[in-house]
Design a protein around this ligand. Structure first.
Ligand SMILES: Nc1ncnc2c1ncn2[C@@H]1O[C@H](COP(=O)(O)OP(=O)(O)OP(=O)(O)O)[C@@H](O)[C@H]1O
Ligand SMILES: [Mg+2]
Length: 265
């Protein structure tokens, strides 16, 4: 497959009429969304609204029954997850996925390898003998510094706290040159201090990496600090969308969210 061209522009992703059922249960019904270039687009709504299902469809991990996904105007609906990842779309999973038995440093270094380098044998040979080994080392360390994990480089991934594992997963996405980051509940189960760090990191990635970010969050502190545009989802549909004021001050949204989750917005 031809490699997609490099671009410095933050990407825009559009999904139209997305419908998805699991057996007789309809998880998404005719959902239209836009992830805005160079901004944080937030997806909020009660448990089971279909937010994670939507992300899995955008990254090719699930197939929609109907609808279309376009990245920078190119249809990607039928592509495999690895092809979509190669086009610069990366996801932080709700359950966070890193290599627990590799060091923190090797987690990031592995993400730097191009798909052609993916066999373990060629990777080891490459790391030992290549003149580029130093550059790979420096680049991996620079991503760890960027997310604040340089001091933990030699630890095993599994030794990190849950919050640190999320930072590591984001460092891997950046090392992989992801330009559109889909972050599924990045602040869930984090302490207030770690939540603050995550919010600051997301802001920084928008400002100096010029990425586009789609953010699923239940934490309204994070949504208020970050969102340029909000989709409020409910029972597989977009109940309402717009600016923060338009969505979060909407009495129907507040009532619905509080009634279903017991939390205030
Ligand atoms: N693989 C699956 N098989 C059957 N049902 C599924 C599957 N994945 C998701 N669902 C159902 O689809 C609905 C939407 O789930 P989804 O995980 O997208 O919700 P969510 O908005 O991300 O919720 P939360 O905020 O709790 O993470 C839920 O009712 C869920 O049980
Ligand atoms: Mg979810």
């Amino acid at each position: 497959m031809k490699r997609p061209p490099e671009t410095t522009q933050p990407p825009e992703l559009v999904a139209k009429n997305i419908t998805k059922s699991f057996g007789s249960f309809q998880a998404l019904h005719d959902v239209d969304i836009t992830i805005f270039p160079g901004r944080v687009t937030a997806f909020v709504g009660p448990n089971g609204a279909g937010k994670t299902t939507m992300f899995h469809i955008l990254t090719g991990n699930l197939r929609a029954d109907r609808g279309q996904v376009l990245l920078d105007g190119q249809i990607i609906t039928q592509l495999q997850p690895w092809q979509i990842a190669r086009m610069g779309v990366g996801k932080l999973y709700q359950d966070v996925r890193i290599f627990e038995n590799l060091t923190v440093f090797d987690n990031v270094r592995a993400a730097l390898l191009s798909p052609e380098d993916y066999s373990l044998f060629s990777a080891c040979r490459f790391w030992k003998h290549s003149v580029q080994a130093r550059r790979f080392h420096d680049e991996a360390m620079s991503w760890l510094e960027y997310v604040g994990l340089a001091d933990s480089a030699e630890k095993k991934g599994g030794e990190l706290s849950f919050g640190q594992q999320k930072l590591l997963a984001i460092a891997r996405l950046l090392a992989h040159k992801s330009r559109l980051l889909l972050l599924d509940e990045p602040t869930a189960a984090l302490s207030p201090v770690m939540t603050g760090k995550m919010i600051a990191l997301i802001k920084r990635m928008i400002e100096d990496r010029k990425v586009s970010i789609a953010l699923i969050e239940h934490n309204m502190r994070a949504v208020r600090a970050l969102a340029f545009y909000i989709y409020f989802m409910h029972e597989g549909t977009v109940f309402c969308h717009g600016t923060q004021k338009c969505v979060l001050e909407n009495p129907e949204v507040r009532e619905l969210y509080m009634g279903l989750s017991g939390e205030t917005i």
